[in-house]
Write a new protein. Structure first.
Length: 307
């Protein structure tokens, strides 16, 4: 994945678009997948790297201790034109490459994954549909599975409805954290800041209009309005959606008024209880940066484990 200045982010969790880019440039590449963990690991089964034939790479499969060894192995696999399964850490033949945690991991080096497969997966994810990649593995041990399925889910989405410095800072922090960010506002300055951050922006034009936030189960929504008439125009769409997080700024008193207003509008207590208010994991923040950190931490804390 590329960051805001269109440079590849080496620490991204999603790497297939880099493989597609390699193919467009005529460069061969290797997809390296973490397929087994014995012990603990900072990464998860299914985490991936893509290594280009020029030695550049995107993604990471450890805390930084074996990535260079992985690149060397990937280039050797490319040179021989053969997929391979390699053990690192405990139980590995590479005695000079150890994991500080004392664990063992199996990595699958795939030199033969068709670019068309990557394009298909990437296209499906862009349409916010889950995708899979099935790997056919050789086995180290008799009980090893011969197939491994990598699960890809659409990126987390954050819809920020509001205006002001805190909304902009939250958009900036979320974008760095690999959320797809949408900024919905009636304020032209806020929208312009959102555009500069690469966020999708949508202008609000009337408090009497009904808006559809189009949130799915991998979406978080945060209301950051100081004029709550705008919030009233949007919150019904949020509560009707499967969004995994709905938050709203304000103090305890304003949230109590929000709850009362929604009850009077006919929303059930169950619906209203979905709203995290005031949003954030700590109270009393006075800077836009601290408010953004607090809210994003609350979003990540409450995301489903499968997210």
């Amino acid at each position: 994945m590329k960051n805001d200045d269109m440079q590849w982010d080496a620490l991204t969790d999603y790497v297939l678009d880099y493989g597609i880019d390699c193919a467009k440039k005529g460069n061969r590449y290797v997809i390296v997948t973490l397929v087994r963990i014995d012990g603990s690991s900072p990464r998860y089964p299914g985490a991936q790297m893509v290594v280009s034939e020029d030695g550049s790479f995107i993604g990471y499969l450890s805390g930084g201790c074996i990535e260079r060894a992985i690149v060397a192995e990937a280039l050797e696999a490319l040179a021989h034109g053969q997929n391979r399964l390699v053990r690192y850490g405990e139980g590995s033949d590479y005695f000079d490459i150890q994991l500080p945690c004392g664990s063992g991991i199996d990595l699958y080096f795939d030199v033969s994954q068709p670019t068309e497969s990557l394009v298909s997966i990437d296209s499906g994810l862009q349409q916010r549909r889950a995708q899979t990649m099935t790997l056919h593995l050789p086995a180290f041990r008799r009980d090893d599975a011969r197939m491994f399925t990598v699960q890809y889910k659409p990126r987390r989405r954050l819809i920020i409805a509001g205006s002001g410095p805190s909304a902009v800072q939250l958009a900036r922090l979320a974008a760095i954290s690999e959320f797809d960010v949408q900024l919905v506002s009636a304020d032209a300055v806020t929208l312009e800041h959102g555009r500069s951050l690469g966020a999708q922006v949508a202008a609000l034009v009337s408090t009497t209009k009904t808006y559809d936030l189009a949130a799915d189960a991998r979406t978080a929504i945060v209301f950051m309005f100081h004029d709550h008439l705008w919030e009233d125009a949007l919150i019904a769409s949020a509560l009707a959606s499967p969004a995994y997080y709905i938050g709203a700024i304000g103090n305890e008193a304003s949230h109590a008024r929000r709850r009362e207003t929604l009850l009077n509008r006919g929303f059930s207590k169950g619906h209203i209880e979905r709203i995290h208010g005031p949003a954030g994991i700590f109270r009393g923040s006075k800077s836009a940066q601290d408010i953004a950190v607090s809210i994003l931490a609350d979003i990540v804390k409450n995301q489903p484990s499968a997210t």
